[in-house]
Design a protein around this ligand. Structure first.
Ligand code: AMP
Ligand code: GLY
Length: 420
């Protein structure tokens, strides 16, 4: 099977790394890929949809696997299918669960899926009037895609009013803020769920957890994700069965009913509250850096599963997972998630010889024979171990051997999962 992976960060690097192990694979391309993927796939220098489609016309593949959300929102799956090529990922219509928070909330309400109570507004004065009736903290979300940054938790009504004018008038999140969702603050522990879906059936991955804030102790601004662990020792089989029956399956049913079945990877972000799991958001794609951790534990043939999903029939597929645990710790540039300086030489990767360590590239660039930083998040250092404690220990030992000017990383990834 010839496969094209679309994307160029560590999520796609991890997917490519796993697909490359499949006996079904004959040729692997990745667009645009990164220096880390160059040794396992052929990097194709395109990242815009028209360029990718033009390339596919002359280089037909059997399956296209799409990583980032913006391609799904812009309809890449639909375009690929028009060429008669299978695509892993939801159509633009089914991906609306991610690209419109308002749509997702209405769908959840209709399907009886547990989530924070909410109201949506496209008018500033009505939004303000509603906020005046609430008890803080107040959660304000730009409805559209805002690169993971469109959520503000206001600690007072004054702050909430300020945020509303920043988002709806000053458009700090661009057009994503034309409409806002204002919702109840959920208390609890946040987890990530991944489910491979063929429109009807769902196969759940083990539970995992991202660490979104940039600093230890969940301090500082939110980022794209600073590290992940899986599986979570404090999530039970019953919790997972509950999540499947009360959240994933009702969503698939609701989307089928609307004539837009969801085929691809459904990633609900959940809060485990005193009343059980509640949905914070639905993503229509693999998480980053959840995928980096998951791929280290994934034992079955990923390509076979992705292709079955893209064909719309997961019956006959079961996912098996390696015993033990895995983690991913992100090494980021100084200043991330704000502006960063790029082009810092990365050293020490060659000295990592432990078989349990795999490094996926988030933002790197080849500069002659030097590997240099090329973004806010730079590397995802993953490790496996017989349990979470050993996996984390190995990942942090590896981080101690890698360096670049201004490198920062969280020292407490997974720490809260080590104590009950
Ligand atoms: P989102 O982009 O919707 O995942 O939101 C970003 C982050 O804001 C989430 O990962 C949560 O940590 C937090 N968050 C979002 N909605 C809520 C909520 N209703 N209650 C508490 N925290 C929330
Ligand atoms: N783990 C955060 C995200 O993929 O959105």
């Amino acid at each position: 099977m010839k496969v094209l992976v679309v994307g160029g960060q560590s999520r796609e690097h991890a997917l490519a790394w796993k697909i490359a192990q499949s006996p079904l694979l004959t040729k692997l391309y990745i667009a645009p890929g990164n220096p880390g993927t160059a040794s396992i796939a052929e990097n194709i220098p395109y990242s815009k949809i028209p360029d990718i489609i033009a390339w596919l016309r002359t280089n037909p593949v059997d399956l296209v696997v799409i990583g980032p959300d913006n391609y799904l929102a812009d309809g890449l799956v639909d375009e690929v299918q028009k060429l008669g090529i299978r695509a892993f990922g939801p159509t633009q219509a089914a991906a609306q669960v991610e690209w419109s928070k308002r749509y997702a909330k209405e769908l959840m309400q209709e399907a009886g899926i547990p989530t924070a109570t909410f109201r949506s507004f496209d008018n500033l004065s009505s939004a303000r009037a509603y906020v005046e009736t609430l008890v803080p903290p107040v959660v304000i979300k730009a409805s559209g895609l805002a690169y993971g940054k469109g959520v503000v938790i206001a600690q007072s009504i004054e702050e909430a009013n300020q945020v509303l004018s920043d988002v709806m008038e000053k458009k700090i999140f661009g057009d994503a803020g034309n409409e806002v969702v204002i919702e109840e603050y959920l208390h609890g522990r946040e987890i990530s769920i991944h489910a491979m879906c063929d429109g009807t059936h769902a196969l759940l991955f083990p539970s995992s957890q991202d660490h979104k804030q940039v600093f230890d102790g969940d301090k500082g601004p939110n980022t794209g994700g600073m590290g992940t662990v899986a599986p979570l020792p404090w999530i039970t089989d019953k919790d997972m069965a509950d999540i499947k029956a009360r959240i994933v399956e009702p969503l698939l049913k609701a989307l089928r009913k609307r004539g837009t079945p969801f085929r691809g990877l459904l990633y609900p972000g959940l809060m485990m509250t005193a009343e059980g799991p509640k949905v914070i958001e639905f993503n229509a794609r693999f998480g980053q850096p959840e995928t980096e951790t998951y791929m280290r534990l994934f034992e079955s043939d990923l390509l076979e599963a992705l292709d079955a999903c893209a064909r719309g029939d997961l019956t006959g597929i079961s996912l098996t997972w390696k015993p033990g645990a895995a983690c991913c710790v992100i090494a980021a540039s100084k200043g991330y998630p704000g502006d960063v300086e790029k082009g810092k030489e990365i050293q020490g990767l060659g000295s990592l010889t432990d078989q349990d360590i795999v490094v996926f590239h988030v933002g790197t660039k080849q500069d002659g024979d030097r590997l240099v930083t090329n973004g806010g998040r730079v590397l995802g250092i993953t490790a496996t171990g017989e349990n979470l404690r050993t996996a984390l220990k190995k990942a942090y030992e590896a981080l101690g051997q890698v360096s670049f000017d201004g490198m920062q990383y969280r020292r407490d990834i997974g720490a809260k999962s080590l104590t009950p």
